[in-house]
Design a protein around this ligand. Structure first.
Ligand code: FES
Length: 154
């Protein structure tokens, strides 16, 4: 019998990579998922514009753990510009897909990463990520609205 999760999701959930916190990080992102109330903190190390390390801590579900694990793996070694292209959809694809109802969980990882990059840019250039408002989670996630409405109707 196969469940709703791919083998890769289950593997990253069972053995998440990069759990923890970087000491004296170059960027910190703290985000919450308004759909479920789960929270996440991501810390990054940036050297010469390249993300050399990324770690996360979450009080979140299995899909949030698996997507953060994959997201931190994917951004390590990437420039900030390249890391910004690591969307929640790209992360979900790398994991072999997620059930539609759990796609909002993958937003937590994307949002935490963007928030950490935003924080890094603020520290180094005085200006954050263009168009990114910390805590503005719902702004670019209409899927979450849909899911919230569905959950409410339960
Ligand atoms: Fe909250 Fe998945 S249910 S992040």
């Amino acid at each position: 019998m196969s469940g709703p999760y791919s083998t890769k999701v289950m593997e990253h959930f069972a053995n998440p990579r990069n759990v923890g916190e970087i000491e004296n990080p170059d960027g910190v992102g703290n985000v919450g998922n308004p759909v479920c109330g789960d929270i996440m903190r991501m810390t990054i190390r940036v050297e010469d514009g390249v993300i050399t390390d990324a770690k996360f801590k979450t009080f979140g579900c299995g899909a949030a753990i698996a997507t953060s694990s994959m997201a931190t793996e994917l951004v390590k070694g990437k420039s900030i510009e390249e890391a910004l292209k690591v969307t929640n959809k790209a992360v979900a694809e790398s994991l072999g897909g997620l059930p539609p109802i759990k796609m909002h969980c993958s937003m937590l990882a994307e949002e935490a990463l963007k928030s950490a990059i935003d924080d890094h840019l603020r520290r180094t250039t005085g200006e954050g990520l263009p168009g990114f408002k910390p805590g503005d989670y719902m702004a670019h996630e209409h899927e979450a609205d849909e899911i919230a409405a569905r959950l409410k109707g339960k």
